[in-house]
Design a protein around this ligand. Structure first.
Ligand code: ADP
Ligand code: ADP
Length: 214
């Protein structure tokens, strides 16, 4: 299956993507995680992307599309993939349509996570990620680790993303409204979108997502 997960920052895309990808045995591809790996490794690409990420803006399309194209070409995507955080504007959506057309494949579903902004602000403010594995996602109130500051799964140190601070979050929400929301319309025109509520327990949202993708 080839699935896109779209929703505002903090909606729970990463949290759901990890579970959906495991359930469906497909690859979870998060452009945000790919960027953070490059930043941590200190690559030139990571350094350039970091300037945009810190400011709450999108990284340039050319490099972002290049990274995704390279990742999708790897053989482990044979059973399918779940893209989390890409495409984030119309140019990226059109590029993805082209990549899929070239490989004679198509998307099966686009899941649009809907959530009020007040709630995403609360989710982002308490988000903590594991340094050893960014798919280990916590929240200081909603899914706290057993030992403060340490990952339950692997013991890694938990940290707060530097773009999860309040002023940057506001900018990211504006970018979502102006640049990413039109991507939902783009796929709506292709009849691929199901909108589900991202409110409630993680498992409840997962159940809705599984029903939506059939
Ligand atoms: P969130 O989980 O809060 O939605 P992500 O981890 O997906 O955030 O992305 C964090 C940041 O990485 C974005 O604010 C943006 O700067 C950059 N980024 C991630 N995906 C893309 C993309 N597809 N195009 C451009 N920039 C991106
Ligand atoms: P996104 O990838 O869309 O930015 P995340 O999956 O990183 O979102 O989730 C943002 C924060 O909200 C994390 O701290 C996560 O633990 C928390 N969270 C995710 N889903 C839920 C939920 N259903 N209820 C409460 N908190 C949630």
């Amino acid at each position: 299956m080839r699935i896109l997960l779209i929703g505002p920052p903090g909606a729970g895309k990463g949290t759901q993507a990890v579970r959906l990808a495991a359930h469906l045995s497909i690859q979870h591809i998060s452009t945000g995680d790919l960027f953070r790996e490059h930043i941590e490794r200190g690559t030139e690409f990571g350094h350039n992307a970091h300037t945009h990420i810190r400011a709450g803006l999108l990284a340039p399309d050319e490099v972002t599309i290049g990274v995704v194209k390279e990742r999708l070409a790897r053989p482990d995507t044979g059973r399918g993939f779940l893209l989390d955080g890409f495409p984030r504007n119309l140019a990226q959506a059109e590029a993805l349509d082209g990549i899929l057309a070239d490989s004679k494949s198509r998307l099966d579903a686009v899941l649009d996570l809907e959530i009020p902004e007040a709630q995403v602000v609360r989710r982002i403010a308490g988000r903590r990620l594991c340094r050893q594995n960014r798919e280990h996602i916590f929240h200081i109130h909603y899914s706290p680790p057993e030992v403060a500051g340490a990952c339950d799964v692997c013991g890694g140190e938990l940290y707060q993303r530097d773009d999860d601070r309040e002023t940057t979050v506001r900018r990211r929400l504006e970018v979502y409204r102006s640049e990413t929301a039109p991507v939902v319309d783009h796929y709506q025109a292709q009849g691929l979108v199901t909108t589900i509520s991202a409110l409630g327990q993680v498992q409840e949202v997962l159940d809705r997502a599984l029903v939506a993708i059939g």
